[in-house]
Design a binder for this molecule. Structure first.
Ligand SMILES: [Zn+2]
Length: 313
């Protein structure tokens, strides 16, 4: 009898403790809600947002993508539904640190959309190693090299300069896109360094790609085609990142100059930007999610909705 009462009391106490912890977690500022890896240094003037404070609803994300993201507008309706769903989910897994006292909702949305564009043909797209996305209004000084840079990937953080991110998508065919560049470094690290054995297919396809990069790398070092920049030819990791920029922004030129390299990129990312369909082969799970998304979209169209005005937070 006494043992039973003590047991019940312990359960009630445990439940109360759990409820108190949930309430405490909810009241914490976004940067303290994460139990994961340590965030980069957060300054007093920084704006820190998560999915909740950002208000990144599918409707809002879709509005921003339609306005600012050419890749999204080039997709068919089914794929657009998937793109929005993936972007929202990506945002829900990240904490965004804007290096300014004010920011715009477009900043986290477009940075996330770049990751979704890169991984659109893959089943995994969350880049879970990278919990933090840091956005500077413009070029910034690297803590490592003390040079002025426009983006980098370090520890658990992807950092991008906002003015260059915007320019990357405004000039969609100049072969330069800092957001895609940094996301490709992050994708490499996630798959080749963090997941390794869990991402065997990706790793094998990546090694095949690198094998096809060797001759073009030598060729570009001598400055023959001028497709790649000097920085892109500084090492194979930068060559990979610039190949991704060219893959999306100068697809035809890259395919013409280096067909094997281009084909290896198509195989690795399971997408071809020169085709209308983009993604090469769709898995059944992805198609099912897309079908559910279409139902959501039709429902919303039937009900009608108000477009949220362009505001910061
Ligand atoms: Zn780089």
């Amino acid at each position: 009898m006494i043992i039973g009462s003590v047991f019940t009391f312990a359960i009630i106490l445990g439940l109360l403790g759990a409820i108190a912890e949930i309430i405490r977690q909810q009241m914490l500022p976004p940067e303290q809600k994460y139990n994961g890896p340590r965030p980069p240094k957060i300054d007093v003037d920084d704006t820190v947002v998560d999915a909740k404070t950002l208000g990144a609803t599918p409707i809002e994300v879709e509005r921003i993508l339609r306005k600012r993201f050419p890749y999204y507008n080039s997709l068919n309706t089914f794929q657009q539904v998937r793109f929005v769903a993936r972007t929202v989910r990506f945002i829900q897994h990240k904490l965004f640190i804007i290096k300014s006292s004010e920011g715009f909702r477009e900043m986290p949305v477009l940075a996330s959309a770049a990751a979704i564009q890169l991984t659109f043909g893959l089943d995994d797209y969350l880049l879970p190693w990278f919990r933090y996305i840091q956005i500077y209004p413009q070029e910034f000084v690297s803590h490592h090299s003390l040079r002025i840079i426009v983006g980098n990937v370090s520890n658990h953080t992807i950092t991008i300069a906002w003015n260059h991110l915007l320019k990357g998508y405004e000039d969609g065919d100049d072969g330069s896109n800092v957001a895609l560049h940094e996301m490709s470094h992050a994708l490499y690290f996630q798959k080749l360094e963090v997941e390794k054995l869990d991402a065997l297919t990706f790793c094998n396809l990546y090694h095949e790609l690198i094998a096809h990069c060797k001759l073009p790398y030598q060729f570009e070092m001598s400055g023959k085609t001028g497709l790649y920049t000097d920085y892109g030819c500084s090492n194979m990791q930068e060559f990979w990142a610039e190949s991704i920029e060219l893959f999306f922004e100068k697809s035809i030129e890259l395919r013409r100059a280096y067909p094997k390299l281009y084909a290896a990129l198509v195989a690795l990312l399971n997408q071809d930007p020169t085709t209308k369909e983009k993604v090469m082969s769709e898995s059944l799970v992805v198609l099912w999610h897309q079908f559910l998304g279409m139902i959501w979209r039709w429902q919303r169209k039937l009900r009608g909705y108000e477009v949220t005005p362009d505001v910061g937070w």
